[in-house]
Ligand binder design. Sequence first.
Ligand code: NAP
Length: 246
Amino acid sequence: MKLLEGKIALITGASKGIGRSIALRYAEQGAQVAFTYLSSVEKGQALEAELQALGIKAKGYRSDASVYAEAESLVNQVIADFGGLDILVNNAGITKDGLLMRMSEEQWDSVIQVNLKSVFNLTKMAMKQMMKQKNGSIINITSVVGIRGNAGQANYAASKAGIIGFTKSVALELGSRNIRSNAVAPGFIETEMTENLANKEEWLTGIPLKRGGTGEEVADCVVFLGSDMSKYITGQVLQVDGGMLT
Ligand code: NAP
């Protein structure tokens, strides 16, 4: 049996990296997949075709998750196209690293806007439909950096810590409506985002499993939290980090 058969999912930022792996895993598990991209238009279009080839309904939307009005029209369009919304995966994220001493206001604002405000935008819109359905799973991609902090990433760490507080609050507010809210905290995952990380070696040596993780390994966890296998789990932060923070 496929774990996500009959479920409609919206995944933000799926043109590459972890989001792309989540979209593919969701399709393999029978979900109908709506996803977004922003600057990687060709990659987004290629993913749409790849997902459809797996025999599920799939559609990609070019939409900036950090802009409230765009999130509003996106969610309305997805509901019109797919007929509902069961799972929201807030995955879109960026880094603009630098020591605080040299961090500009723009570096701070843009990371908070894309990583944290986007989660507010999408969740606000999706919860309306989930409340009507009396069913839903919201999964927010945070980071171990949001738990432990990281030199050179004060903006990113603040955005990811904010996601954890948001996730737990939403779990408390919407539990009575049968809407679950959980976060996934990846450790060091090999994607474009980590290619240029300043202290990469330091991160890798501190991992008990002695390697970085893959997008698929994060995606497996997101499948679990989207599926009915986790239907009594809410308000949690699940670390997918090879034991890094133990
Ligand atoms: P990535 O390879 O850089 O991919 C980021 C994705 O987000 C892209 O698809 C990008 O789309 C999209 N995106 C960026 N800004 C957007 C916006 N304003 N609106 C919509 N989409 C937007 O990064 P990744 O490593 O897969 O990271 C995915 C998530 O996991 C992020 O939230 C990240 O913070 C988190 N995470 C990653 C790691 C890691 O080790 N890699 C660890 C912990 C947490 P376009 O390219 O089309 O613009």
